[in-house]
Design a protein around this ligand. Structure first.
Ligand SMILES: NC(=O)c1ccc[n+]([C@@H]2O[C@H](COP(=O)([O-])OP(=O)(O)OC[C@H]3O[C@@H](n4cnc5c(N)ncnc54)[C@H](O)[C@@H]3O)[C@@H](O)[C@H]2O)c1
Ligand SMILES: [Zn+2]
Length: 805
């Protein structure tokens, strides 16, 4: 998704520096994902756009070029899993060109650099840019001695054993080959092999691969060379590293030699002089692209004569004598058969278009994400149009999909001429397709979310993890694995199930045992070693289970604020939970307050009116009051004179008129707002410190969902909820600011903090003149020194404990 960016010419130096820092980190991250892990997060086109932005900023602010700039780095550091190999000559990247003009510029720059007129006398080779993984293979005395990936250009990964499994790559060379040669080229996977592999994965119920490039890279960088062998990888030779002797003096001549020596070379390579011929060859290759059995992402041009290449030399990350002319992102037409809604772990509803399968760049595309309901309508994240009016996406529509590189394809546009006459605008569901709870969309958000957090199976794992976590119910020993394990075993669905686990103690133990066996089997498969079987009688294995039940039991006595926070209601963080717990001191009061507030939840007109610039709460309420007392239209009072009578200043009046058209428009909105104005109960809830409207709305959404109330009632039947006493003002500590530092030995930090707060103290993270007391455990450092400096009283943990007794 594109975000509006400040044009490079408008950036201040400060903004430029900040953006370069961001881009350096972001591009390095994508390099690592792409080159290091063969698992990119963004498309190549998006990645290239980041690089271009970086280059443009650096061009305008050359002083700001960073030492870690992506314009001077290649690839990503080799993985430590493989032994490193330092390349005898660096393996560089290529400069990119995207338009015909860029190609002209490249050719002209070559002539200029060599001090020649662009008279067409210099020959260039043009060959497909294979989308694979570059490799340097070293032969000594005709024998393959090692092979390395590019890595960061200087050091690559030793993958010799894996390379030996590729049949196309000779192990021995014919006689007459120079003593030392390094042949470089691209390892790739054929599209047909890729599709067959995916078909097999699917048949075995396994995860399929995304594209041939990442699959080739992943297949090659395997610790077990047998896996590589099973993948039928291929190779094209097109470059070289160290050569003890040069067998040719042109690029073309070198590639011909490689062919003679038994290496596969690409048949579409040509030698050309004029820019027009070069561009024509690019187009020819582009036309053949869909029929080639390997993926290519452009055409590489290189100066043919090696002596000229030598004079042109290198920039920091690429040769000056070559460039890669990239193809635009690949697109195809297909039909939207269905729109499915997926519910994520946080409850977000994401629409996915199910497409008639279509091949885009060798990859069969069947799905495309539609992001959210606005995207379907053609509206972007900031409310801007991303497609023409009426080009909303409908079931039955023929659409243009783009697979800009590797990630999930996008639907670019709708072909209106092919829209079936009966296609209707897509109606986004208002209910969660997984659990049936209502799905709400918050003001200013594009995402619609399921409110049935506790009972929605799409979200349950996430909620349960949160429920048992440190800051919520704090159940000792209940880690994420247990949550997943018990969930999978059907023992744990809602929070109340946590307190029922001990009733299924045998099943709990069985689940844990099976899990341990699985871990052991995996370990054995990895290491090839067998171990003693874990036995059910092994009592030690289950020591932990009884402990777990004990720590669950301990938490049946729980504070209201932890309970509230533990439910994982959206926007109810610790601070808000605490504020609510302080305000209400019976669960029923709390529930009643929310139900009363639900009836008085303001309508959208009220929100719209509140959002007009310059209209604060007082003015808004005055406007609303005025429509209640005098009804203009019916009593001969014009809308204009009504508006003038409210007592607005000029600016406010202007803003209202420009937002709602005319006085009548303003009147209508105010009237609607008066009907949907918040009631006192809502205001009371939302106006509390640390609560606010967003949290109030989330609470209402949660409580008004029957399923949630049932789940909470169920939970409450196991709990003994206590409400923190309002801070007793008689306590010695009330109103004091305290700081804990060093290691506390008898209580956790959280416990210490909670007790201090219960006694009315404020807990701060740093010592200042305002601090009243520092509790220092062993290992206290700078805070202790600060306390001494400010003359603050310092006590030990034991002294603290006796103080609070
Ligand atoms: N999606 C992402 O997150 C992400 C991240 C990093 C890189 N990338 C993609 O990877 C590429 C950038 O990586 P790069 O630095 O390797 O540059 P590059 O792929 O643009 O060009 C250099 C490489 O081209 C290869 N190549 C293929 N055929 C060739 C031929 N005939 N002659 C010479 N070289 C040939 C070589 O392996 C060489 O190393 C871009 O396509 C970029 O979009 C994507
Ligand atoms: Zn749901």
């Amino acid at each position: 998704m594109s975000v509006e960016k400040t044009p490079v010419e408008d950036l201040t130096e400060e903004q430029a520096a900040a953006e370069l820092a961001y881009l350096a980190a972001e591009i390095a991250r994508h390099d690592e994902l792409y080159h290091g892990h063969d698992a990119p997060e963004i498309s190549d086109a998006d990645y290239d756009a980041l690089k271009r932005r970086n280059d443009a900023i650096e061009k305008r602010f050359p002083k700001l070029i960073r030492a870690d700039s992506p314009s001077i780095r290649v690839g990503a550091a080799p993985l430590p899993t493989f032994a490193p190999i330092t390349h005898a000559r660096p393996m560089l990247s290529l400069d990119n060109t995207f338009s015909d003009d860029d190609v002209r510029d490249f050719v002209n720059s070559v002539y200029r650099f060599l001090g020649q007129l662009p008279d067409g006398s210099i020959a260039f080779t043009a060959e497909p840019k294979i989308d694979g993984l570059s490799m340097s293979i070293r032969y000594e005395h005709g024998r393959l001695v090692n092979a390395a990936t590019r890595g960061d250009g200087t050091t690559g990964e030793n993958v010799t054993e894996n390379i030996r499994t590729i049949k196309e790559i000779p192990n021995r060379l014919p006689t007459g080959v120079p003593d030392v040669i390094e042949v470089r080229g691209e390892v790739y996977m054929r599209k047909s092999d890729f599709l067959a592999l995916n078909a097999q994965m699917e048949a075995e119920g396994k995860q399929t691969y995304v594209n041939p490039r990442n699959t080739a890279a992943g297949s090659l960088r395997q610790l077990d060379a047998r896996v590589t062998a099973s993948r039928n990888l291929k190779f094209f030779a097109y470059a070289w590293g160290e050569m003890s002797e040069m067998p040719a003096d042109t690029q073309m001549g070198m590639v011909e030699k490689f062919k003679e020596w038994g290496f596969p070379v690409n048949p579409l390579m040509k030698r050309l002089n004029s820019v027009d011929d070069i561009i024509d060859h690019y187009k020819q290759i582009g036309l053949k692209r869909p029929d080639l059995d390997y993926e290519i992402d452009g055409v590489v041009y290189k100066v043919d004569r090696l002596d000229l290449q030598g004079r042109l030399g290198f920039r920091s990350r690429s040769p000056r004598w070559a460039t890669a002319h990239k193809f635009p992102a690949e697109q195809a037409f297909t039909r939207v058969e269905r729109i499915d809604i997926q519910v994520g772990r946080t409850g977000a509803l994401t629409p996915v278009a199910r497409l008639t399968p279509v091949t885009v760049g060798g990859v069969v595309v069947t799905n495309a994400t539609l992001h959210n309901e606005d995207y379907i309508k053609g509206i972007g994240n900031s409310g801007e149009r991303i497609r023409e009016e009426e080009h909303d996406i409908r079931i039955g529509d023929t659409v243009i999909v783009q697979r800009a590189g590797d990630v999930i394809p996008q639907v670019l546009d709708v072909v209106m001429e092919k829209r079936p006459p009966d296609a209707v605008p897509y109606e986004f569901p208002k209910k969660c397709p997984v659990c049936g709870s209502h799905a709400v969309r918050e003001e200013g958000e594009s995402v619609r979310r399921c409110t049935g957090g506790l009972i929605c199976s799409a979200q349950q794992i996430e909620r349960l993890r949160h429920f048992v976590s440190r800051d919520a119910f704090d159940i000792e020993g209940f880690g994420d694995q247990y949550v997943e394990l018990f969930f999978a075993a059907g023992l744990l669905k809602t929070p109340a199930d946590v307190f029922r686990l001990h009733l299924h103690s045998d099943e709990v133990k069985k689940a844990i045992l099976e899990y341990r066996e699985l871990l052991q089997r995996e370990r054995e498969e990895r290491t090839g070693k067998r171990r003693k079987k874990v036995s059910a009688e092994d009592s030690r294995s289950f020591e932990g289970v009884d402990k777990l039940f004990a720590s669950i039991d301990k938490r049946r006595h729980i504070s209201f604020e932890r309970l509230l926070f533990g439910l994982g209601i959206r926007h109810i963080g610790e601070v808000t939970a605490k504020a609510l717990a302080r305000r209400y001191n019976k669960p029923l009061d709390f529930l009643a307050a929310i139900i009363a507030a639900a009836d008085g939840r303001p309508g959208s007109a009220w929100h719209i009116l509140s959002s007009v610039d310059g209209i604060g709460g007082v003015t808004r309420d005055a406007l609303i009051a005025s429509v209640g007392s005098s009804a203009p239209a019916g009593f001969g009072l014009s809308h204009e004179s009504w508006l003038s009578g409210v007592g607005l200043n000029k600016k406010q009046k202007q803003n209202l008129l420009s937002r709602f058209g005319d006085a009548e428009g303003v009147y209508r909105v105010v009237l609607a707002a008066s009907k949907g104005a918040p009631n006192p109960a809502y205001k009371d809830l939302a106006n509390q410190k640390d609560v606010g409207e967003v949290a109030a709305d989330a609470l209402i959404d949660f409580v008004t969902e029957t399923h949630n109330r049932e789940a909470v009632d169920d939970l409450l039947s196991y709990l003994d909820v206590f409400f923190d006493q309002p801070a007793s003002s008689s306590s010695e500590l009330s109103g004091k600011t305290v700081v804990f530092t060093g290691n506390l030995e008898k209580m956790t930090r959280n416990e210490a903090k909670a007790t201090a707060e219960r006694l009315g103290a404020r807990v701060s993270g740093s010592v200042s003149g305002k601090t009243d007391l520092v509790i220092a455990g062993p290992g206290a450092g700078s805070k202790l020194a600060d306390a001494q400096k400010h003359g603050v009283k310092i006590i030990t943990e034991d002294e603290w404990l006796s103080l609070i007794e």
